[in-house]
Design a protein around this ligand. Structure first.
Ligand code: NDP
Length: 328
């Protein structure tokens, strides 16, 4: 077996962590031949619960789990890590304004960005799952000046997976027939799942379905509001699918995309498709040798343009708010 990959997970005692850690430890991320060492960060009051989770990890006797360290100090937990999956975040409390939420998360993601900058491995790759994920990623990235900005990303893979599964249900095609799905913009209710480039068995999905009313009034809201629908049905949030998407995102980053497909990742914009430079926005990306590239040359029709612009405007507002708070 090779040298263990060191994977940090924050918010490790939370709901998503409870699915995510077992997937990583069992080899879902790097395969059966690559050992992983888990570095788990929690806030001090959650460390006892985290010890319980570590006992369960021990009890699984995973062949690929080379070690587990836990702690509440990012400067220690992130030491030498190759991947950091930033899941822990401050949820919106009752009566909390967006500015308060961004400020509370700035208090988490700014120090974590600094700690990664100081102690992570040279090949560090960061995935932010904790919401508001895009702007939390921007805060972490802005506080890590020595790490290339391209190493920071935020999760829109759950939205991407939901968009594939809803399209599969509508067309009767297996999910494996669906390629080139894109989520544009923010991981929020303004996200835009794009059926004008997605393909079903090689045919453009929007042409195949040919129903703009369904696209606008059923498909897009169903994908964007899926999280709320799950809370409604289950009485708890969509933690297992969020964990699974986090694994998918990191695995694609490590292993690459197939030649005939792409994935959605929120990454730092270089101005492609009119998305303001510097925002962490979701794009269609291909990945090769651990580096992502935004797919170029897609034609954006008027409908898509309006949807992408609306989501990007929201990201620009969030960026301005955190700039105003001195977090970036
Ligand atoms: P979860 O594990 O359910 O969620 C964690 C974060 O992921 C939240 O910000 C949540 O956003 C977000 N998220 C993204 N996509 C989804 C999705 N599809 N479904 C659900 N959540 C999604 O939260 P818990 O409260 O169970 O656990 C959070 C843990 O983080 C706690 O143990 C807490 O102690 C810890 N924490 C750790 C920190 C640290 O390590 N320094 C800092 C802050 C918290 P949303 O709120 O919008 O649902």
């Amino acid at each position: 077996m090779s040298t263990p990959v060191k994977v940090a997970v924050t918010g490790a005692a939370g709901q998503i962590g409870y699915s995510l850690l077992f997937r990583i430890a069992s080899g879902s991320l790097f395969g059966p031949d690559t050992p992983v060492e888990l570095r788990l960060l929690e806030i001090t009051p959650a460390l006892k619960a985290l010890e319980g989770v570590v006992m369960e990890l021990d009890d699984c006797a995973f062949p690929t789990l080379a070690g587990v360290q836990i702690g509440d100090d990012p400067a220690k937990v992130f030491d030498g890590v190759n991947f950091a999956l930033l899941v822990g975040a401050r949820p919106r409390g009752p009566g909390m304004e967006r500015g308060d939420l961004l400020e509370a998360n700035g208090g988490i993601f700014a120090p974590q960005g600094k700690a990664l900058n100081d102690v992570a491995a040279d090949d560090i790759r960061v995935v932010v799952t904790g919401n508001p994920a895009n702007t939390n990623a921007l805060i972490a990235q802005s506080n890590a000046p020595d790490i290339p900005a391209s190493r920071f990303s935020a999760l829109t893979r759950l939205d991407h997976n939901r968009a594939i599964s809803q399209l599969a249900a509508k067309t009767g095609a297996p999910v494996t027939d669906i390629k080139k799905m894109t989520i544009w913009g923010n991981h929020s209710a303004t996200q835009y799942p794009d059926l004008f480039h997605a393909e079903v068995g090689g045919q453009i999905a929007a042409d195949l379905i040919n129903d703009q009313d369904w696209l606008e009034n059923t498909y897009i809201p169903t994908v964007a509001k899926r999280g709320a629908a799950i809370i409604d049905a289950r009485g708890a949030s969509s933690a297992a699918s969020a964990a699974s998407a986090t694994v998918d995102h990191a695995r694609t980053w490590a292993q690459g995309t197939p030649d005939d497909d792409w994935v959605s990742m929120a990454v730092k914009s270089d101005g492609s498709y009119g998305v303001a430079e510097g925002l962490i926005s979701s794009f269609p990306v291909t990945v090769k040798d651990g580096e992502w590239e935004i797919v170029q040359g897609l034609e954006i029709n008027e409908f898509s343009r309006g949807k992408i612009d609306a989501s990007v405007a929201e990201l620009a507002e969030e960026r301005d708010a955190v700039k105003g708070l001195g977090l970036i």
